[in-house]
Design a protein around this ligand. Structure first.
Ligand code: SAH
Ligand code: SF4
Ligand code: F3S
Length: 446
């Protein structure tokens, strides 16, 4: 009788780092002979890649673990549940998961992701619970297998971890100190991707612009971008996230000069009040930020600037919030992710006095979202009638009748077209604008 091929599912929470780590987990599972499961219910291994940046993420994950525990009960134990990612890097959380969810077979962290195959085999063969979380990162492990979600665009890590210690943020505690990958490893990975047919890369790091500070030799993010830009066959280069403090004039020039680097900068501002920015330990003030935006816009015509903004940081007064709204008005961001401050155990701000009451937080976030949505929509509407270059990614996720892709400024565009267009650059005339995307029709192929 033919042996059944074992199947897996990776469920991901959190940011792009986690999306990409999940691609690595999937790659490692496939190298062990696993195949993607048709549904969660059928999978032999389910891995949950977790995020702990806000409590909402953690609560969702506890809910999911409860459901998976139930599923395992129904399957009479014939299922391996693993939990990885940022949440398990907090020792008290890892302990809690271990105690509350005996159905979880495998617990690993962010620093020992590469150990997944060995640990999984151990859990599978020995039928015992395996828990291994390193409290520090080791050497960067290269050449892990990756199963990428897209055939057109790829994530490429350039740095791991973060040294900034913004006072609200848990990331440096769960991802460790900043480490840069060697430029030759990054360039080789991208060259291979191009050979495999990928056309776009997004360089990933918590703070990409501080790339290379820990490496010997004269290397900086600007220099790395220049080299990536010269790789033949690569059409588009993106990067995220940029920290305003480390955005050098050299970097602005480089982005302006490199033809393949897209005109989109995600530049989290977090707050518009100098007092709050200082308490957050962001290392810049509002004037610096406003001036940086102006310099970027002057040097890079048509650039889209998006941001992250938080309301309700401890001590945020009505006046501080007004300063944030005023900054939003002045910059007119092309888009923004908005967050309500959430105290994270172990971070300095969680211990700050004057935590803002929930009602005030929700009033402020509503005001902010409402205004930013108007601005985002106005930016999109201004594009109606224009022709945009779109890299086609495939069928639209929300409407499989349509194709979807992104403009250089990272706007999602949905348009009628043939499936063979996937992976191609096309010109699309924008016919309609929504908050989340543009609608269009094909003009001529580029
Ligand atoms: N490295 C990136 C993003 C890190 S997390 C950066 O520096 O911008 C993504 C976003 O989550 C942050 O930009 C911040 O706006 C938000 N965030 C982080 N910690 C938070 C907390 N404790 N409460 C609410 N939002 C938070
Ligand atoms: Fe967190 Fe600040 Fe680092 Fe971003 S730069 S990951 S917000 S500590
Ligand atoms: Fe979350 Fe970890 Fe990213 S905490 S936001 S998944 S780095």
């Amino acid at each position: 009788m033919k042996e059944r091929i074992p199947t897996y599912e990776v469920i991901t929470f959190g940011c792009q780092m986690n999306d990409h780590d999940s691609e690595v987990m999937a790659g490692m599972l496939e190298s062990l002979g696993y195949e993607p499961a048709a549904s969660t219910d059928e999978a032999d291994v389910i891995l949950v890649n977790t995020c702990c940046v806000r409590e909402t993420a953690e609560n969702k994950i506890y809910g999911l673990l409860g459901r998976l525990a139930h599923l395992k009960g129904r399957r009479k134990g014939n299922l391996i549940i693993g939990i990885a990612g940022c949440m398990t890097q907090q020792p008290e959380v890892a302990r809690k998961i271990k105690n509350r969810f005996p159905q979880v077979d495998l617990i690993l962290g962010t620093h020992n992701l590469h150990r997944l195959p060995e640990l999984l085999l151990q859990a599978r063969e020995c039928r015992e619970r395996v828990m291994e979380v390193w409290d520090q990162a080791g050497e960067i492990v290269e050449n892990l297998p990756i199963r990428r979600a897209s055939k057109v665009k790829a994530w490429v890590n350039i740095t791991y971890g973060c040294n900034n210690f913004c006072t609200y943020c848990i990331v440096p505690y769960v991802r460790g100190r900043e480490r840069s990958r060697r430029p030759e490893d990054i360039l080789n990975e991208i060259r291979r991707l191009v050979q495999e047919g990928y056309r776009e890369v997004t360089l990933l790091g918590q703070n990409v612009n501080s790339y290379g500070k820990d490496l010997p030799g004269p290397i900086s993010f600007a220099r790395l971008l220049t080299e990536v830009d010269q790789i033949p066959g690569l059409w588009r280069i993106r990067f995220t996230t940029s920290h305003p403090r480390d955005f050098t004039p050299e970097l602005i020039d480089t982005i302006a000069r490199c033809p393949h680097v897209c005109e989109h900068i995600h530049l989290p501002v977090q707050a518009g009040s100098n007092r709050i920015l200082k308490l957050m330990n962001r290392g810049y003030d509002r004037n610096y930020y406003l001036n940086l935006v102006e310099r970027i816009r002057r040097a890079i015509p048509g650039v889209a600037i998006t941001t992250d903004i938080m309301v309700g940081f401890p001590g945020e007064t009505e006046e501080d919030f007004t300063q944030t709204m005023d900054l939003v008005e002045r910059v007119r961001f092309d888009g923004a992710f908005t967050f309500v401050y959430n105290p994270r155990p172990g971070t300095p701000a969680a211990r700050f006095p004057e935590q803002v009451p929930d009602e005030i937080k929700s009033e402020r976030i509503q005001k902010l979202i409402e205004r930013q949505n108007e601005i985002t929509l106005a930016h999109n509407q201004a594009l109606v009638g224009r022709v945009e270059q779109v890299l086609v990614e495939g069928e639209s996720k929300t409407n499989p009748e349509m194709m979807s892709g992104r403009t250089r400024t990272n706007r999602l565009v949905i348009f009628p077209g043939s499936r063979d267009l996937a992976g191609q650059l096309v010109n699309v005339t924008v016919t309609g604008a929504r908050l989340t995307h543009l609608e269009g029709k094909l003009a001529a192929t580029v």
